[in-house]
Design a protein around this ligand. Sequence first.
Ligand code: UTP
Length: 298
Amino acid sequence: MRRRVTKAIFPVAGLGTRFLPATKSVPKEIMTLVDRPLIQYAIDEARAAGIKEFIFVTSRGKSALEDYFDHNPVLEQELRKKGKDGLLETLKATDMESGAIAYIRQHKALGLGHAVWCARRLIANEPFAVMLPDDVIAAEQPCLKQMVEAYEEIGEGNMVAAMEVAPEKTSSYGVLDVKEDMGSVVQVRGMVEKPDADKAPSNLAVIGRYILTPSVLRNLNKMKSGAGGEIQLTDAIAQDIENDRPAYGYRFRGERFDCGSKAGFLQATVAFGLARDDLRNDLANYLESVVQMSKAAE
Ligand code: UTP
């Protein structure tokens, strides 16, 4: 099997119910963090990691996503006419090479594992990445790049991004059963989806970046629904471990924001706003005044 990772699957077919009513007509991945949609952060991270082919698993009502990566000749012509070169440059981030992007439909939201399985025919005998755009990671070196480098060194098995979470939070994540802790890389004995705190094998949680082998897709062929009635990706990776294929967790360096939740999205908005030279002062002053006012009110 080839060891280089050049394809990434972006499962974006979920219903996004936590953001209703907004997600009734706006795909969650198009919602903006400062001035860029979530999907742009994921694409930039993938490109930085050397990904060349981008596979979106979409569903009904996600056409705004397809349009986002298309040219908009009317807008471009208007900006050119007005001499808005800076804005034209900004639009370049959305340019995709013809043929580099593919859209596959998931006809029913049967779970993340099922969404990944829908892309099976576009994956050959090669490792591939899976990226969940609602996990946004602020990092000096983009998270997927860190993982690809570690993966190409190990050269086998499956790898998931891992992060320590508070013990009472394990029931929101896939959790790793650690066999050997080597620092940034841990070898994994098993994985459990959404365990209660007293049943969790560790507090090392899986977050939305994966490098997987095609055997996981084969496991998904036979997969029945697991936790929450959905076909779970974690179960298919755990199945691989049972079949004696190695799996690793990668403790990435960076801060992860759960933009699939309202609180996480708001935190990310503040963090990414404060990271911007053009917004930092105004935003920091505002936050300070809010804190002072709430202290005064106590
Ligand atoms: P979530 O668990 O966040 O579900 O999916 P969701 O539907 O997006 O949002 P809520 O919970 O209803 O608010 C995690 C990722 O898996 C994708 C989602 O699009 C998201 O990127 N997904 C989930 C699918 O593509 N298909 C599915 O059937 C389920």
